[in-house]
Design a protein around this ligand. Structure first.
Ligand SMILES: Nc1ncnc2c1ncn2[C@@H]1O[C@H](COP(=O)(O)OP(=O)(O)OP(=O)(O)O)[C@@H](O)[C@H]1O
Length: 306
């Protein structure tokens, strides 16, 4: 996979604040990567470094084969960016706004305007941006970031303010771009929606990268228990199935569900027991560790190391 972004041992200090500390990672063509972390973890700072808006204190950054902070950064036109708090001139219409950005990027205005339809703003394109809702402004921001079919797309909390349907459309748009080869890096606090969508997750804690990999890989490293939920016929409200091994962490949920925490090494044998003849299990759900749980786990681990 061709690498579009290389971050090597990067540190960024703002005076005494260490916003990023020794971070290293590479992003490949066509990857959709989620950057997650608490407020102030260093996500926006990393994006600004990749855009060349600020310079690193130490370490090196390469985007599309070049240093983005260098004066003549050839890759700039191939970068798309949606800032966290996008703001536009309220007096311009959606079309005028996008035409303005297309000219700035020296891209054809006609193809930029087609992006308004792609983000569902076609009907509102002749209205002034001042009359747009927050979600509409966010979509205009996304259209702006997509001008010129960027090879690297950096999105800072892009789904804030979008309703569930628009979030779905948003992910469809960026997933299509990733399939076509764009590197997409998006920062977000909405972990549940990232779970099925991000091919890879980078977790930041106080400026330090604490985890990096697919959800599968993070699950393998964290070795958190999988939840097995069972509906068992004829079980008294507080009772537990007799076939459960002693010491298994389990509980009753709402009177009729039995929930078991199954460590990776016990999962299969517990499922065998649950589905064996005579176990009275009527229904069963297997719930692997969520991104929320993985995130909490890696932050806990990071806080243990001085
Ligand atoms: N221009 C600046 N001057 C001084 N400190 C800054 C500046 N920009 C960011 N910081 C500090 O650097 C740290 C990292 O900030 P950053 O904006 O990268 O975090 P973030 O992970 O994007 O947070 P959020 O989720 O709130 O957007 C924070 O402590 C922040 O206060």
């Amino acid at each position: 996979m061709m690498k579009t972004v290389r971050i090597s041992d990067v540190t960024k200090d703002y005076g005494r604040v260490k916003a990023v500390r020794g971070a290293s990672f590479e992003l490949g063509q066509g990857e959709l990567v989620a950057l997650i972390g608490h407020n102030g973890a260093g996500k926006t700072t990393l994006m600004k470094l990749m855009l060349g808006l600020i310079r690193s204190t130490a370490g090196s950054i390469e985007v599309l084969g070049d240093n983005p902070a260098a004066g003549q950064f050839a890759g700039r036109r191939q970068l798309g960016y949606l800032p966290e708090n996008v703001s536009f001139d309220a007096a311009l219409t959606g079309r005028e706004t996008l035409a303005f950005y297309a000219r700035l990027k020296r891209e054809p205005v006609a193809s930029a305007l087609k992006l308004l339809d792609a983000v569902g703003l076609g009907d509102a394109s002749r209205r002034r941006v001042g009359t747009y809702s927050k979600g509409m402004r966010q979509r205009l921001g996304l259209a702006q970031a997509l001008i010129g079919h960027p090879r690297v797309l950096l999105l800072d909390e892009p789904t804030t303010g979008l309703d569930p349907e628009l979030r779905q459309t948003f992910y469809e748009v960026i997933q299509r771009l990733a399939t076509e080869g764009t590197t997409v890096l998006l920062s977000s606090h909405a972990l549940t929606e990232l779970e099925e969508r991000a091919g890879r997750v980078i977790i930041m804690n106080r400026g330090v990268k604490v985890a990096d990999g697919s959800i599968e890989k993070l699950r393998n490293i964290a070795r958190l228990p999988t939840k097995i939920r069972l509906k068992v016929a004829g079980l008294a409200p507080a009772a537990l199935p007799s076939w459960l091994p002693g010491g298994a962490a389990c509980r009753r949920l709402n009177g009729h569900i039995v929930e078991i925490d199954a460590g990776p090494e016990h999962k299969i044998s517990l499922l065998h027991r649950a589905t064996a003849a005579g176990s009275s299990v009527e229904d069963l759900d297997v719930i692997p560790p969520t991104l929320d749980e993985l995130y909490a786990h890696f932050l806990r681990e990071a806080e243990k190391t001085p």
